[in-house]
Design a protein around this ligand. Structure first.
Ligand code: XIL
Length: 351
């Protein structure tokens, strides 16, 4: 089904008709297989993050549901959204993304249970003893992970736990509970949803260095203690001006060799604006290289872009003067990066 047709059907309220065809089997407008289908041919996923305000954009949803075979809720499952008041839980936004994923046969990466950002005010502004915060954390993880039990492929249990130099990030959780909060969080999440793959997730760990070494040592010790940990997520917020992380593949492999799954979980490749043909060509090359790095490591289970279109990228709002980071432009047209990813996936799948 073409994107245009899918969008038209969606606009006409025939979304269920679309869902009746496995989305990942639908060819794109060029008659080629979609990124999701090509990734599935290698037993992997190619996913996109999405966010609830985008659900009013039917053209956007048409591509999301047809091109990708996995999705991550960009904000819907963060603590401020799921427990906006202490003990009051709200799964409305998470359910909206999950329902879309299920209707389009996409796997669902759940993000995130424990993070220092986007916490509700009651938690940020409160003063809690270690016993109180431990109980709060346990209740949050248990309630949220149990609600989604059996429905999610994976959970990013703890997000961004380390500083650049490999020391623990000074968060409310680390400060109050010490480093053991990570093992506790993993154990509570496992109790609540024994089949979800449990991940630690961070940025600037794509290359081998102090920060990725900290994860390597932590997950090795967690595994030695039989703490339930299934994978490490490499966010992959790359920027042309910082150079390509040359050791990515080697790094993915050393984690995989510990008996873990690895994934690129929030890929985007930003540049200083305006974009031009040269920068877009370099970006396309980097997207292909990341894709090939994942394909070269058996336990690299998939890649997620942090939304697929520049129309909804988080980059311009956070990195002054930067953008154009995603494989589709602001008009939902594929950029050179799209073809580069497709070709990289296709060569691995034997097409
Ligand atoms: C971003 C979202 O995309 C934005 O909409 C939000 O305003 C801020 O957070 N690392 C993460 C993601 O783990 O949760 C962040 O997502 C991007 C950086």
């Amino acid at each position: 089904m073409s994107h245009r047709l899918a969008a038209a059907l969606a606009a006409a309220g025939l979304v269920t008709a679309i869902a009746a065809t496995p989305a990942s089997a639908a060819p794109d407008r060029h008659g080629d297989k979609t990124l999701g289908r090509l990734a599935a041919d290698t037993h992997r996923y190619f996913g996109s993050a999405t966010d609830n305000p985008e659900f009013s954009d039917t053209a956007y949803l048409g591509i999301l549901g047809s091109e990708f075979n996995s999705t991550t809720a960009g904000n819907a499952l963060k603590w401020y959204a799921t427990e906006p008041q202490q003990g009051v839980f709200d799964f409305t936004q998470g359910d909206q993304v999950l329902d879309f994923a299920r209707r389009h046969h996409m796997s669902f990466r759940a993000h995130t249970l424990v993070w220092h950002n986007q916490l509700p005010d009651w938690l940020n502004n409160g003063t809690f003893t270690a016993d109180q915060l431990r109980a709060i954390l346990k209740k949050h993880i248990t309630t949220v992970a149990r609600y989604y039990k059996g429905k999610v492929y994976s959970w990013d249990v703890v997000n961004e736990a380390f500083n650049e130099d490999g020391t623990y990030r000074d968060t409310i959780f680390y400060r109050t509970l010490g480093p053991g909060y990570i093992a506790d969080a993993l154990r509570w999440a496992h109790q609540a949803d024994p089949h979800a793959k449990l991940y630690l997730n961070d940025y600037n760990i794509e290359a081998i260095g102090p920060k990725s070494d900290a994860y390597y040592n932590l997950v090795k010790s967690l595994k030695a203690q039989h703490v339930p940990i299934d994978g490490v997520g490499f966010q992959g917020h790359l920027a042309l001006q910082y150079g390509y992380p040359e050791t990515l593949q080697q790094n993915l492999r050393r984690f995989a060799d510990l008996g873990l799954d690895v994934a690129v979980t929030e890929l985007d490749i930003r540049m200083y604006l305006p974009a031009d043909a040269t920068k877009l060509a370099t970006q396309a090359d980097w997207y292909a290289r990341v894709t090939k790095a994942c394909l070269a490591v058996r336990r690299c289970v998939g890649i997620t872009v942090w939304d697929y279109t520049d129309k909804y990228s988080w980059i311009p709002a956070v990195f002054q003067g930067e953008g154009a980071a995603l494989p589709y432009d602001e008009n939902l047209q594929p950029k050179p990066a799209y073809a580069a990813i497709r070709d990289a996936l296709r060569s691995a799948g034997g097409h």
